[in-house]
Design a protein around this ligand. Structure first.
Ligand SMILES: NC(=O)c1ccc[n+]([C@@H]2O[C@H](COP(=O)([O-])OP(=O)(O)OC[C@H]3O[C@@H](n4cnc5c(N)ncnc54)[C@H](OP(=O)(O)O)[C@@H]3O)[C@@H](O)[C@H]2O)c1
Length: 292
């Protein structure tokens, strides 16, 4: 691989918020960015705003991370248009707007924040160019709410923190177990996320499903690291990172965050550009590793 300009990055959920900040910062680095959004009009408006700022190395393609059809269409287009990509940033995410814990309100949160990340990543891994001198990177924008300290179940904490033996299937079973308990109305009897004073004061009970989705996605990054990276000869080929952007003022929290989107974009962009040695499979915030 030659110049920076020949690198390609895909950012999900990038029509606004932190995703748009990530696109702007990477485009300024001279990397070709594919801005994706589930709504073509919103995506193209974002694209035009970047062009009006002089950033012409950005393209748009639709992507609804909760639709396998949409994911496969993006993968095919990327293959035809660029041949391969260098960086994938899984940023798209939602909260539970109803704050009501029912199967109907919880399922989209898990489908977007966990299964969506996993399905996009699986579909695009074959396109990641792992034969370049700097290798490829997958970044997941997760949350400190996805740290295991927010999970009451000692059994789940033990298994999910056992990086040596953690598998994708186990992470799926964790997410599906939660969905099943919500469908049965039995999640309150079990040990689903704890409600520490800190979580309660900031997010209220309605963030329970969001917390489960972010625990799952953090665990997925650990499991993926084991498959893609932690094998002899695989170092620096593809690295995977999860990270928290901090408490950023965006629509997801009705703009109650304290950071700007440019500040929130900093750690995901830094991981994408620098891929810190020994940092793959770990959870990052403010450019530092935190306990998952
Ligand atoms: N803001 C914070 O304090 C904070 C803290 C920790 C983690 N995060 C994480 O940061 C990421 C970005 O959130 P944000 O704060 O920038 O919120 P935001 O402004 O609400 O942006 C979320 C983005 O995700 C997109 N999206 C939602 N569902 C999608 C789907 N099915 N397919 C494709 N795109 C979809 C949204 O598109 P539409 O415009 O079409 O809805 C929007 O572009 C999320 O993963 C969030 O969980 C945020």
């Amino acid at each position: 691989m030659g110049k920076e300009a020949e690198r390609y990055v895909v950012v999900t959920g990038a029509n606004k918020g932190i995703g748009l900040g990530i696109v702007r910062q990477l485009a300024k680095e001279g990397i070709t960015v594919v801005l994706t959004a589930r709504d073509a009009t919103r995506g193209n408006v974002a694209l035009e705003s970047l062009k009006s700022q002089g950033l012409h190395n950005v393209n748009f393609h639709p992507l609804d991370v909760a639709s396998q059809e949409s994911i496969l269409a993006l993968a095919e287009w990327l293959h035809k248009t660029y041949g391969g990509i260098d960086i994938l940033i899984n940023n798209a995410g939602i909260g539970n707007a109803d704050k009501d814990v029912t199967f109907e309100t919880v399922k989209p949160v898990l489908d977007t924040n966990y299964f969506g990340v996993k399905n996009v990543t699986k579909a695009l891994i074959p396109l990641l160019r792992d034969d370049t001198p700097v290798g490829a990177r997958v970044i997941v924008v997760a949350s400190i709410l996805g740290q295991l300290e927010h999970l009451e179940s000692k059994d789940y904490v033990k298994t999910l923190s056992d990086r040596e033996h953690l598998t994708e299937d186990f992470v799926d079973s964790f997410a599906n177990h939660y969905l099943k308990d919500v469908a049965n109305g039995s999640q309150k009897e079990r040990d689903w996320p704890i409600w520490s004073d800190w979580v309660n004061s900031r997010h209220g009970r309605g963030a329970e499903d969001y917390t489960v989705s972010k625990v799952a996605v953090n665990a997925y990054v650990s499991a993926l690291h084991k498959i893609l990276v932690a094998q002899p000869g695989r170092e620096k080929k593809i690295n995977v990172f999860s990270c928290c952007p901090g408490h950023v003022a965006t629509d997801i929290n009705e703009n109650t965050g304290v950071k700007t989107v440019e500040e929130g974009a900093d750690t995901p962009v830094w991981l994408a550009l620098h891929s810190p040695e020994g940092g793959s499979g770990k959870f990052w915030k403010e450019r530092e590793v935190l306990d998952f």
